[in-house]
Write a protein that binds this ligand. Structure first.
Ligand code: SAM
Length: 338
């Protein structure tokens, strides 16, 4: 795979057989499986038809998929904008771009595709990415935020409590901060606040205390170690809930390590800066902290066209449990005053 040194654009690339990257609901965003049991996800992009419809796609548009993942949404977008359109797919995870490359190239070869370029880049840098491919602006932006099942299903990436692995959790494997480093550096009060704010974990203080006690004794290096600490810190009834007791802690740690809320703000701001007047930004989020940030940002910066968030139909929720907590919101960039 050749990566353009300035734009981060990926050309060519190897193709791995991957069962899929998928957006996961809050039950599974936390760290694998969520509900008890080792459930592997197949790739089904969430709210696909609703997303394509709200983006109001037409032939020839330039669309940024800021979280291209395995390319599920991107191939739908490519089919709708046709050969005169262009999809710029961005992802923080370099490895996953090869999967998107394969999906988009196949769509193109079958005649249901568009021009496309793939970039190892955070979506907050979409302006530089667009400049690198000679596009001063774009018509549509999609952000489908969170973790992919491809990341979750690789124990060595350290996202999952369902399989033992190193406490890593970096979406971008070239980043310096791992979950292990973060857990050993964060002050106890900040750890408790993070678990509460990003994981909505009611037992945040007990868990933070337990982690801090343990890290004084030894290094916490494995996902299984962290999961056991969390379970041990929980009161007995809380250990028997519908979701695994470590789900919320893993979600919060992952979001902190990858600064996901900060990245979301930067991505939405970059989208507003890059969109042409009349252009649309659609964001799919998976839990209330993110949805609140999306709702407020769209209200402040754009003309909101989803008064209430779009959610999965009962049929989609039945067929794809990961879609159950997905919320889609969309805003239009106002025409500039004459
Ligand atoms: C839920 S998956 C996207 C799935 C995709 N829509 C599809 O249909 O295959 C989210 C992806 O966003 C990526 N991601 C998360 N934060 C990012 C950021 N700040 N910038 C770019 N990509 C990011 C993750 O690496 C992951 O691959």
């Amino acid at each position: 795979m050749f990566v353009h040194p300035r734009s981060g654009c990926v050309f060519g690339g190897y193709c791995r057989v991957v069962k899929g990257c998928s957006a996961l609901n809050a039950d599974t965003q936390g760290g694998g499986g969520g509900e008890h049991g080792n459930r592997h996800s197949v790739h089904v992009p969430v709210l696909l038809q609703q997303t394509l419809a709200i983006l109001d796609l037409r032939c020839g548009l330039v669309v940024v998929d800021g979280t291209v993942g395995a390319g599920g949404h991107a191939t739908g977008i490519a089919a709708a904008i046709g050969p005169d359109g262009h999809v710029a797919g961005l992802d923080r995870d370099r490895e996953i771009l090869a999967v998107a490359q394969d999906a988009l190239a196949r769509a193109k070869a079958s005649g249901a595709g568009a021009g496309f370029s793939l970039h190892h880049s955070p979506h907050g840098d979409m302006r530089e990415v667009l400049a690198g491919i000679g596009q001063p602006c774009c018509d549509r932006v999609l952000l489908d935020i969170g973790v992919s099942s491809l990341q979750l299903d690789q124990p060595e990436r350290g996202f999952s409590f369902m399989a033992d692995g190193p406490l890593d959790m970096r979406m971008d494997a070239s980043a310096k901060l791992t979950a292990e480093r973060w857990l050993h550096a964060v002050p106890e009060q900040e750890l408790a606040d993070t678990l509460y704010r990003l994981g909505e974990e009611r037992h945040s203080r007990r868990i933070a205390r337990r982690i801090v006690d343990e890290r004084r004794r030894c290094r916490i290096t494995r996902t299984s170690q962290l999961a056991e600490l969390v379970v041990a810190a929980m009161p007995a009834p809380a250990r028997r809930g519908r979701i695994h007791a470590a789900t919320r802690t893993f979600q919060a740690v992952r979001m902190a390590v990858n600064d996901e809320l900060g990245a979301l703000e930067r991505g939405m701001q970059a989208a507003v800066d890059c969109l042409r007047p009349g252009g649309r930004l659609a964001v799919i989020s998976f839990h209330s902290v993110e949805d609140r940030a999306v709702k407020h940002f769209l209200r402040d910066q754009l003309e909101v066209i989803t008064k209430k968030p779009i959610t999965a139909t009962p049929a989609e929720a039945r067929e794809n449990p990961r879609a159950r907590s997905a919320k889609l919101r969309c805003g239009v960039k106002r025409e500039q005053p004459a």
